[in-house]
Design a protein around this ligand. Structure first.
Ligand SMILES: *Cc1c(COP(=O)(O)O)cnc(C)c1O
Length: 386
């Protein structure tokens, strides 16, 4: 089956009621026929559900789809994207281990790497996204994992996954890719040599701003370790949220195509606007890593970033002038969203620290939604003029 069909037709077994659309299995535990079945399930001699912290039909359906879409052997679902990131670190690393990470990571991932993991003596080194030699030379004897986000948030820098995977294989360390911005419809990191793929399902996978969720995908051997950790630490996804996310996957291929085609046009139009200093979008030829983006991303995705002339004040004024766009901390929604990192998510950093992670004062991040393209552009244009 191809991706569109997989996203729709992989589904949980029908119950005795022969429902066409998969129902919600809102149950914390499962009943056993007799003592024999119960002991066989606990001894893992028989497959089946015991308790929803371990497994649930709605979660299994979501994971079956995600494994097919990402070409992964196995997966695990968590209550949020950050639970997926933490569970990955917690299950695959031990005290004394070291991580090499790209510098511009999601804000909470940064806190995890710099403030929380050191409590267990797990340390990390940041490397700028395009310093491939440094990624290699930063690997120490105790390095177990190389961690990246591509495209990065909000800078939209692109890292060559295949190039890093060659280094990781040579050094025998794991390559972990946060694939939140692209989803498997646009980019399948495992095909380029990644060992683990992480998603915040909160973003495009839900796609309608309703629920949090996280997913970890990889080989059976690695996901067995994730499972051994997650079963007993409890980051489980709710069956209700899994049901929503699995329904959402049915339209993910269509949505990603439209998010991308809308975003490309907005990026092109911004490039010709005199209020705009520069525009960054993975599939614009002017993007510094355009060739890599073309190689590993089928489309450019739904996020466009640009620098408005006039810095901090102009950035805030742009947000205030927007009428259709939402000002909210989410992305990947059907509704178009604008953020101004310098005055919000990154306002606690000094201008120098912001520059280090690629955030200038006039940087605007747009998450282009699924409204009529003309309506989206009319709003952006009038906000720029204002
Ligand atoms: C949002 C996000 C996360 C965290 O996901 P939550 O679902 O909010 O916990 C991790 N990585 C990236 C790239 C994100 O955008």
């Amino acid at each position: 089956m191809n991706q569109e069909t997989q996203a729709i037709r992989i589904q949980a077994e029908r119950s005795q009621y022969k429902e066409h659309s998969v129902p919600l299995y809102m149950t914390s535990s499962y009943a056993f026929d007799d003592a024999d079945e119960m002991s066989a399930l606990f001894a893992e001699e028989k497959e089946g559900n015991i308790y929803s912290r371990y497994s649930n039909p709605n979660i299994k359906e979501l994971l079956d789809k995600m494994c097919a879409l990402e070409k992964a052997e196995a997966g695990w679902a968590t209550a949020s994207g950050m639970a997926a990131v933490f569970t990955t670190f917690g299950s695959l690393l031990s005290a004394g281990d070291h991580i090499v990470s790209c510098r511009s990571v999601f804000g909470s991932t940064h806190r995890l790497l710099t403030e929380i993991l050191p409590k267990w003596n797990i340390t990390s080194t940041y490397i700028d996204f395009d310093q491939y030699e440094l990624f290699e030379s930063a690997i120490q004897d105790n390095t177990k994992m190389l961690y990246i986000e591509t495209p990065s948030n909000p800078g939209l820098d692109i890292i060559d996954i295949e190039r890093l995977s060659v280094i990781c294989k040579k050094k025998n360390i794991l390559l972990v890719v946060d694939n939140c911005f692209s989803t498997p419809i646009i980019q399948q990191p495992i095909l380029f040599g990644a060992d683990i793929v992480i998603h915040s399902a909160t973003k495009y996978i839900d796609g309608q701003g309703r629920t949090l969720g996280g997913i970890i995908l990889g080989t059976k051997t690695l996901i067995d370790k994730v499972e051994a950790f997650a079963r007993h630490t409890g980051p489980a996804l709710s069956p209700f949220n899994a049901w929503i996310l699995s329904k959402s996957l049915e339209t993910l291929p269509l949505r990603m195509e439209r998010h991308s085609s809308n975003a490309l046009v907005i990026a092109q139009k911004l490039e010709g606007n005199k209020q705009v200093k520069w525009v960054k979008y993975p599939h614009l030829e002017s993007h510094p890593q355009y060739e890599i983006a073309k190689k590993q991303m089928k489309w450019g995705g739904g996020i466009v970033s640009f620098e408005i002339n006039g810095g901090l004040d102009a950035g805030r004024a742009f947000l205030d002038n927007l009428q259709l766009f939402s000002l909210t901390a989410n992305l990947g929604d059907t509704r178009s969203i604008a953020t101004h990192p310098a005055s919000t998510t990154h306002s606690k950093l000094t201008p120098e620290q912001r520059a280090e992670v690629g955030i200038s004062d006039g940087l605007i991040r747009l998450s282009i939604g699924l409204e009529t393209l003309e309506d989206i552009w009319v709003d952006v244009e009038q906000a720029l003029e204002g």
